[in-house]
Design a protein around this ligand. Structure first.
Ligand code: LER
Ligand code: MN
Length: 269
């Protein structure tokens, strides 16, 4: 299995972006530690020098399995389910603006917290309708470029919309687009899934991307999740994509990144 780790092109409030800041120094470390790929967290493609980014990624021989977009919500408040139509439109445009880069790298576009939450006073049915509509628009645009979107079930303390795999699979049926699937994250699964291995099986070929962090959101091996069982069920589900580290930079980003890759490689061997 191929391993990647999250790097944010901007400094960010999101604590589990393991690496952020200086592009060249970070990519160099990620490649030195033995990672095959880097997952890019990009608030807005307009803020990034895309040619520089591409040439640095090529220089270090890395792949880009996925592009994270959650900072559009975390730092700008854009969401698919805001009651303000203009904000919903801006969120859709922002996600569409990631499509050319995703096509260039053959990366999936992650729909994390940009889906938003059901704000007080709104009905869940209404926000789910807005969510489906936004996903349909984004998936239709992405489809013409051969790009896939992966929505991440996120735990109840961060959102009210799609907390677990069962809800995610229901959404997949509603959206009914071939290029729409899920990103599963072991940190959220540990909180929300009745049984992590069974939920992986349920998601099957709709697993478009996979995040690993341990129960405490430290590097795998730093908590009490059974990664051997989790990774086995992922292989049995036919998943052949990247396992992407998204964990707290604890005790620091470098130690966490090295401990994670050692731990995961030992399981594979
Ligand atoms: C992003 O991948 C994630 O896992 C969420 O916790 C974002 O808040
Ligand atoms: Mn995640």
């Amino acid at each position: 299995m191929k391993l990647s780790i999250v790097y944010s092109t901007q400094q960010t409030n999101f604590q589990a972006a393991t690496f952020s800041g200086g592009l060249e120094a970070n990519l160099s470390k990620i490649s030195d530690y033995g990672y095959d790929g880097v997952e890019l967290a990009i608030r807005d493609p307009k803020l990034v020098d895309l040619d520089d980014l591409t040439s640095m990624i090529q220089k270090f021989g890395l792949s880009v399995p996925a592009i994270g977009t959650g900072q559009a919500w975390g730092e700008e408040g854009l969401s698919f389910t805001d009651p303000d139509l203009e904000i919903r439109k801006a969120a859709i445009e922002r996600i569409k603006s990631h499509i050319p880069l995703a096509e260039r790298f053959n990366a999936v576009i992650i729909i994390g917290l940009v889906r938003g939450i059901t704000k007080p006073g709104l009905k869940q049915e209404q926000t789910m309708d807005w969510l489906c509509e936004a996903l349909l628009q984004c998936c239709s645009s992405a489809m013409t470029q051969g790009v896939r979107l992966a929505l991440e079930p996120i735990n109840r303390y961060e959102t009210t919309l799609i907390n677990n795999v069962a809800q995610g699979m229901e959404l997949i049926s509603k959206v009914a687009m071939e290029n729409f699937g899920l990103l599963l994250d072991t940190f959220h699964m540990n909180i929300e899934e009745p049984n992590i291995e069974e939920s992986i099986k349920l998601c099957g070929n709709r697993i478009f991307h996979f995040h690993v962090a341990d129960s405490n959101r430290w590097y795998p091996g730093g908590g009490h999740l059974d990664f051997e069982a989790i990774l086995n069920s992922l292989i049995n589900a036919g998943y052949s994509g990247y396992i992407s580290g998204e964990f707290l930079p604890f005790p620091d980003a470098d130690i966490a990144a090295r401990r994670s890759i050692n731990y995961l490689q030992n399981i594979f061997h």
